[in-house]
Write a protein that binds this ligand. Structure first.
Ligand code: F6P
Length: 322
């Protein structure tokens, strides 16, 4: 193998840049050429591809987002789009590919693998919703971002003796909500994996204020409903007038925390090694502090989905909010 490519696809996440950097440095260290494919699969189909040198990945380890840009591609879900991708890779002499992204990106990567392009996937999404890894690139940073925001909101909540409902990202997964909720001592956490009862929340909020609490924080993962809906429910079923904050895209940006830099660096390096060993169709992750290597098909199978740890965290938070 002489030449490999790297692309980022789907929602950007802090940790993608450290992973790109590791792929480029590791490949050059082993005498390979590396090509950056810009704007994910869209850029691949359009041939938006440039050779990357060491200088291109200088001073990016601490930067959020992705220097390769990202996109969500409907066209690449089609046979015609994937064939085009294979053609372009062959035209550029790219013999192996590292794809950094979430579930949709992995599905595209799996198709390229099935069409004969050696491909390795790295889990890049803040949602932490990829099977076969305990953590995804960007998750830790996003949790810290939410935690800092909630700490600030708590100052206002306390000053005004208010309830704040905070909506966080997580279309299908409650990981950000559960982790940030536990880290900030939230009174209630609502996640898609566990249907917490709204009436119980009202009882807890009321009991808290009755025993002298000066604020209450309710964290809602967007996959369960909107912050506005929850605030409306509280207002209609109590004497409180909650305020709502939707944290939104602030959660996707920012300098990656140490864990995301290390995860990106170790997985990016391993991806290059695997391509050099002739391995393809694998998704890398971290399980029990070891790099895990699974077939894409395993990652897609519902049986590999692990929700217990998140449900446990959310329950613990409820227990502690007495
Ligand atoms: O990156 C994951 C995620 O942030 C989800 O939690 C969210 O629903 C989605 O991406 C929205 O992203 P976009 O607007 O880029 O499609």
């Amino acid at each position: 193998m002489k030449r490999i490519g790297v692309l980022t696809s789907g929602g950007d996440s802090p940790g993608m840049n450290p992973a790109i950097r590791a792929v480029v440095k590791k490949a050059i260290y082993h005498g390979l050429e590396v090509y950056g494919i810009y704007r994910g699969y869209e850029g691949l189909m359009e041939g938006d591809i440039k050779k990357l040198e060491l200088k291109d990945v200088g001073s990016i380890i601490h930067r959020g987002g992705t220097i390769l840009y990202s996109a969500r591609s409907e066209r690449f879900k089609t046979e015609e789009g994937q064939q085009k991708g294979v053609e372009v890779l062959k035209e550029h002499g790219i013999e192996g590919l590292v794809v950094i992204g979430g579930d949709g990106s992995y599905r595209g990567a799996n198709q390229l693998h099935k069409k004969g392009i050696p491909t390795i996937g790295l889990p890049g999404t803040i949602d932490n919703d990829i099977n076969g890894t305990e953590y995804t690139l960007g998750f830790s940073t996003a949790v810290n971002t939410v935690m800092e925001a909630v700490d600030k909101i708590r100052d206002t909540a306390t000053s005004h003796e208010r309830i704040f409902v905070i909506e966080v990202m997580g279309r299908d997964a409650g990981d950000i909500a559960a982790w940030s909720g536990l880290a900030t001592g939230a009174e209630s956490i609502f996640i898609p994996e566990n249907s917490s009862e709204k009436p119980e929340m009202i009882n807890r909020l009321t009991a808290g204020f009755q025993r002298g609490k000066k604020h209450s924080i309710v964290i809602v993962a967007e996959g369960v409903g909107s912050g506005e809906e929850f605030a409306k429910y509280i207002a209609e079923n109590s004497n409180y007038e909650p305020r709502v904050t939707v944290l939104g895209y602030v959660q996707r940006g920012g300098s990656p925390v140490a864990y995301d830099r290390i995860l990106g660096t170790t997985l990016g390096s391993r991806a290059v090694e695997l391509l050099m060993e002739g391995i393809s169709g694998k998704a890398l992750g971290m399980e029990k502090s070891e790099i895990s290597i699974h077939d894409f098909d395993y990652v897609f199978s519902p049986e590999s989905k692990v929700t217990d740890p998140i449900v446990k965290l959310a329950k613990l938070s409820t227990e502690l909010s007495i």
